[in-house]
Ligand binder design. Structure first.
Ligand SMILES: [Zn+2]
Ligand SMILES: [Zn+2]
Length: 263
């Protein structure tokens, strides 16, 4: 199997003792591409993903200010993000969005930092990676107004809603990325969304080190475990895990405009 982990936090300090081994295990499991999310601890460091992508040919990066860190963004942050959009390994702006569950930054600041980054993505013709928690309707409203007209698309990462919300995101051109929580027995609405998402809009991720899939639940998550989520999606959709891996890899490459190195 060859599969892409479209969202992991390889910079996390939870990997400081064994990052190299974690990456080796991912490659051994068939994860041939990993996307290092660049949010880190927020500004002023915007390059936690880029630094990893610079070291490994199979790692790509995103750049962006997480809604948790929105209050740390300044004019320099946007200038630097604009510069980084031309880095050859940067494939998307993210994760950006709204998080009204934790409210680590004031909501009006989260909104304005989100809108500013959507503008940067639009100008750079890059897709966006959306984090949204307890803020679905607000996120959709901002995306409809500020993003959908660009036609550039993006990813709803770690999708945690149900069929109705999946339909709304699909209607404005988004891909839906399923993470470990789709394997949790009580995640019925997420599983229903995973069944109805069209094959050409399906993505898969770990969001490592967070929320490991069953049967690794409760442990530190790592990119190799994306296989478990592929298995669950396969079961839900009545196809093989290999088919899920192939489809989601092709979808990711199409979205970010990269050719399959083996083609
Ligand atoms: Zn997130
Ligand atoms: Zn994440």
């Amino acid at each position: 199997m060859r599969v892409i982990d479209s969202h992991c936090h390889l910079d996390s300090e939870q990997f400081n003792d064994d990052r190299e081994a974690v990456i080796e295990r991912a490659l051994a499991a068939g994860v041939d591409t990993m996307v290092a999310i660049g949010s880190g601890d927020g500004p002023p460091d915007l390059e936690v993903g880029v630094r990893l992508a610079d070291c490994y040919p199979f790692i790509y990066a995103t750049i962006g200010v997480h809604p948790h860190d929105a209050a740390k963004a300044t004019a320099e942050t946007y200038t630097r993000l604009e510069e980084l959009t031309s880095h050859p390994k940067v494939v998307a702006i993210g994760e950006i969005g709204l998080d009204f569950h934790y409210d680590h930054s004031p909501r009006d600041v989260q909104r304005s930092v989100f809108i500013e980054q959507v503008r940067i993505a639009r100008d750079a013709h890059l897709p966006i990676v959306i984090h949204t928690r307890t803020a679905w309707d607000d996120t959709m409203a901002l995306l409809r107004e500020h993003w959908a007209p660009s036609g550039l698309g993006g990813i709803i990462h770690c999708f945690s809603e149900g069929p109705r919300e999946a339909e709304q995101a699909l209607a404005i051109g988004f891909h839906i990325s399923f993470a470990g929580i789709v394997t949790f027995p009580k995640a019925i609405a997420i599983q229903d969304a995973a069944r109805l998402t069209p094959a050409d809009r399906l993505l898969i991720e770990t969001d490592a080190p967070y929320l490991a899939p069953v049967p690794k639940r409760g442990k530190r998550n790592e990119p190799a475990y994306v296989i478990e989520t592929a298995r669950k999606l396969a079961e839900l959709r009545g196809v093989t895990p290999e088919e899920i891996a192939k489809t989601t890899s092709a979808n990711w490459r199409r979205l970010v405009g990269l050719a399959d190195p083996l083609d």
